[in-house]
Ligand binder design. Structure first.
Ligand code: EPZ
Length: 426
């Protein structure tokens, strides 16, 4: 398993490109199952989770081809076709590695009337059930059975539109049901739908494929089912979590970075926190600039919430920033039940953090010191890289395969801005 060594204390400066959003590309790849025409997706990030999803589509009988691009290019263009769909099973060994595989459930059910998807099981940050997905699909007329760890979903005479209210906000639940509703007979209303920008991106792609969706960007989506969807060409929106991660990299190192191919509007809740903490964020042509004003970061309280609130996927990164702030920061995680695995690792680097239930109180210390630390999940891993960028001495981050799931060429992007960072193959 590879490791990353970071030698900290160097303010980052320069510019780096932001890749397409992993959490938009995943449902977009699944959406290709809805049609027998070709879907072309541009700006797909080269990350492991997308390779896993592409492998799953091929296992199901789909065809995934990458359009030629320069070797050093960031992102890729994929041509996806499910004309040759021959299987409806998403197997356990694939789903357990990448829970977003459950996103094939709605499209397979809507396209073929049958889907057999392994229950994903829990992961490091929580139990992460999919009960809300299943209840909503049942309201579209699906017959759902659970057997031997698999969801058997059937709709032999197709799905029928319904009026569905999600009891609590679920991102992939909204995406699964939205995709299924596009091919259901009649109208569907999704109430208390998630509003993350990745859902708007998926909805716009589905409309380009011929779907009829209204209310995009709101918490109430209205879908009029159609008999079939066509192909389309769609560009994946920029990754707002990657944008936020590198904004924190500029802030934690006292640097000045230009992030290309993204926008401030995608990170408005985070930007509010960073500005209050003493970080300057300004729109520039085609991106944004992030610089830390003189002096230390000010500790700011943060509570994670569904969009448009502060994103849970930025919680670990902002905690790393607050470890050397002046004053304290109370960080409350309301979305997942176990998303503080980065805390003991940050404490190994000298941070002063105490967890009480869903809240962590971070008391700023003058500086962190490098240490060997363990990555546990995607966002916890990157928070350790951020801490290492600011820490004195060397930080060795083990199990960086977590990072490779969601960050395209992270070392290359950071090294180009002055970071002393290298991957150690083992
Ligand atoms: C998506 O996960 C993202 N993944 C996550 O990003 C992100 O953290 C999360 O949304 C919240 O924003 C993708 O988009 C691929 P949820 P998802 O369904 O859809 C509970 C990353 O780092 N819940 O919105 O799985 C659930 O347990 C990843 O890129 C149910 O109880 O999250 C959680 O507590 C991590 N039953 C809460 O709702 C359900 O049927 C929100 O989950 C579904 C969810």
């Amino acid at each position: 398993m590879d490791s990353i060594v970071v030698r900290g204390g160097r303010p980052l400066s320069g510019s780096l490109p932001i890749s397409g959003a992993k959490n938009a590309a995943l449902p977009l790849l699944a959406a290709s199952l809805l049609s027998d025409s070709t879907l072309v997706l541009e700006n797909v990030p080269r990350v492991v989770d997308l390779a896993s999803m592409a492998n799953l589509l091929v296992e199901l009988g789909g065809d995934v081809a990458e359009e030629p691009s320069p070797a050093d290019a960031f992102g890729m263009t994929l041509r996806l076709s499910a004309a040759g769909l021959k299987d409806v099973t998403a197997p356990y060994d694939l789903v357990r590695k990448m829970r977003a595989s459950v996103l094939v459930l709605g499209p397979l059910l809507a396209r073929t009337g049958h889907a057999r998807v392994s229950l994903p099981g829990g992961c490091a940050i929580g139990t992460r059930p999919i009960d809300l997905h299943l209840k909503a699909l049942a309201q579209l007329g699906a017959e759902i059975e659970l057997s031997q760890g698999y969801v058997e979903a059937r709709a032999p005479s197709g799905l029928t539109g319904g009026d569905i209210t999600f009891p609590s906000v679920t991102v992939t639940g909204t995406e699964n049901v939205l995709m299924a509703a596009c091919l259901a007979r009649g109208d569907t209303v999704l109430r208390n739908a998630a509003r993350e920008p990745e859902i708007g991106d998926l909805a716009r792609c589905l409309v380009a494929m011929g779907a009829q969706i209204e209310g995009i960007g709101s918490d109430t989506l209205r879908v009029t089912g159609v008999a079939a969807l066509n192909g389309a060409r769609h560009r994946v929106l920029p990754d707002r979590i990657e944008t936020g991660t590198y904004a924190v990299a500029a802030a934690i190192t006292g640097g000045d970075l230009e992030l290309r191919g993204t926008s401030l509007a995608l990170i408005s809740a985070l930007a509010d926190v960073l500005r209050a903490a003493g970080v300057e964020l300004t729109e520039v042509d085609g991106g944004l600039r992030v610089a830390r004003r003189n002096g230390r970061i000010t500790g700011i309280d943060v509570m994670t919430e569904p969009f448009p609130g502060f994103p849970t996927d930025m919680q670990a990164q902002v905690m790393a920033l607050m470890t050397t702030a002046s004053g304290a920061a109370m960080i409350t995680e309301t979305v997942f039940e176990n998303r503080f695995m980065h805390v003991p690792e940050l404490c190994r680097m000298g941070a002063n953090i105490n967890v009480h239930g869903a809240s962590a109180i971070v008391r700023g210390v003058p500086a962190l010191s490098g240490a060997p630390v363990m990555a546990t999940d995607l966002r916890a891993s990157v928070s350790l890289v951020l801490a290492g960028l600011a820490a004195g001495g060397a930080t060795l981050i083990n199990r960086v395969y977590h990072l490779d799931r969601g960050y395209e060429r992270l070392e290359a992007k950071l090294a180009a801005c002055g970071a002393d960072i290298e991957r150690v193959k083992s």
